[in-house]
Ligand binder design. Structure first.
Ligand code: GTR
Length: 427
């Protein structure tokens, strides 16, 4: 038996084995087949007592944060470095004179050659006071986000599937390939700055990538051989990097650090949500099609599941999260409580109609079930338990839309985000 499985393993190789394991993970995409489920109540302490005042919420918030650390994303070590960024380049005539563009290096570890995150910042040139800013991690490098050809190619690891990548390294052919997702000129024209960094600068996105990223190297002089069940996963590492990006932005007098809006798409939407939950300095959080482990309810069996996500991406979460692969109902949290951790700050959740994998209804319902927490704090969240019509934006401190089309971050989504930010950042 052992012999046979060894032979099979040799024949399939690692990728084959993962693909086989994934095939066995059942996925439901039929609404009528969603089994009933019961969500934990964000307004009830673990001991069963109720959360009935804004003061109670402060304590409950701490309790929930701790539960998300211990069971889902892992605990970020304390005492990590916070070194100041150094400028790589500053241009005051960027985008045909529309913008000031700064590229900064942010050291993430305390070593002679530290892990470096390259932060690219665009600021509207005509601003007369400190500007609010959108911050979002990108998937394939800063040079893929901008049309400008003098931005250095990212040195970060890239997945094989990335446009213009050879051996996981960016090439000239990848310049501007992701610019449709980041309408920088439109953002600047509305009076906002825009800042971005390549997520793989913080940690390359594969199982074992931690060795080259902050999780492996942050604790200087310490050689990591593995992780305890509560240790931080990659999503925690990326979210910690977002907080370091915030530190860097806060040092710039041209930026209003009280109005930093955090935005993320897909796995980086999961990351933005966790970063926004942990770090209250982010004034507003936007999650675009973040799905399982992001805005979508884990207990709702539709689209990607805990079993599937921890099989495909074992490095994203803390080790303990796998224990819930076949027992989501025993998880002490669910994702509506992660959204509630943003309160009273505004949060916007978005889905796409064809993105069934991310469970649009589960994303909407998470916002709806976070609404009682906003109400306790005197705010309005989403207006009803039913999803809105396509392409219309609803809600107040919790905003939502479902766009027609596929899984992507588009100019239509940005239109809603800019309006939401205008409303809530008094811009
Ligand atoms: C998928 C994954 C999703 C989502 C997406 C992405 O493969 O199953 O959870 O995060 O990747 O980040 O593009």
């Amino acid at each position: 038996m052992i012999h046979r499985s060894l032979m099979l393993a040799a024949a399939l190789g690692l990728t084959g084995i993962i693909a086989m394991a994934q095939e066995k993970v059942p996925i439901n995409q039929v609404e009528e087949k969603v089994p009933p489920y019961t969500l934990p109540d964000p307004l009830q302490f673990s001991d069963g007592s109720s959360v009935s005042s804004p003061n109670d919420w402060v304590r409950r918030r701490r309790e929930l944060l701790r539960l998300f650390e211990a069971h889902v994303y892992g605990t970020i070590p304390t005492g990590l470095t916070r070194r100041s960024p150094s400028p790589v380049s500053i241009r005051s005539d960027s985008l045909n004179g529309l913008a000031i563009r700064k590229i900064l290096q942010v050291p993430l570890t305390d070593e002679p050659s530290p892990v470096l995150m390259e932060l690219m910042v665009y600021l509207p040139k005509n601003a007369t006071s400190a500007v609010p800013i959108f911050l979002g991690l990108n998937f394939s490098g800063n040079h893929t986000v901008t049309p400008e050809t003098d931005v250095p190619l990212s040195r970060g690891w890239l997945p094989k599937s990335a446009t213009g990548a050879t051996n996981h390294i960016a090439t000239e052919a990848s310049r501007g390939t992701d610019s449709a997702a980041w309408p920088i000129e439109q953002i600047l024209a509305r009076g906002y700055g825009f800042a971005t960094a390549h997520y793989a600068d913080i940690e390359p996105d594969f199982d074992g990538g931690w060795r080259k990223g902050v999780r492996g190297r942050a604790l200087s002089g310490h050689t990591r051989s593995g992780f305890a069940p509560e240790d931080w996963g990659a999503i925690s590492a990326w979210s910690w990097g977002l907080s370091r990006a915030f530190d860097a932005l806060a040092e710039d007098p041209l930026i209003d650090s009280k109005r930093v809006a955090l935005l993320g798409h897909s796995r980086l939407g999961k990351t933005a949500l966790w970063a926004g939950a942990r770090d209250p300095r982010f004034a507003l959080v936007i999650v675009n099609e973040s799905g399982e482990g992001g805005a979508a309810l884990a207990r709702r069996e539709f689209g990607e599941t805990i079993l599937r996500i921890t099989t495909s991406f074992p490095h994203w979460f803390c080790g303990r999260f796998k224990n819930y692969s076949r027992a989501a109902e025993t998880l002490p949290t669910d994702q509506h409580e992660l959204i509630a951790l943003i309160a009273p700050r505004p949060v916007y959740i978005a889905s796409a109609q064809e993105d069934l994998w991310a469970d649009p209804k589960g994303e909407y319902l998470a916002g709806w079930h976070a609404t009682p927490v906003y109400q306790l704090l005197g705010l309005q969240g989403l207006p009803s338990a039913s999803m809105p019509t396509l392409n219309s934006s609803v809600g107040d401190a919790v905003g939502y839309h479902i766009r027609s089309g596929k899984h992507a971050l588009t100019a239509i989504d940005w239109g809603h985000y800019l309006n939401f930010a205008d409303r809530h950042l008094n811009h």
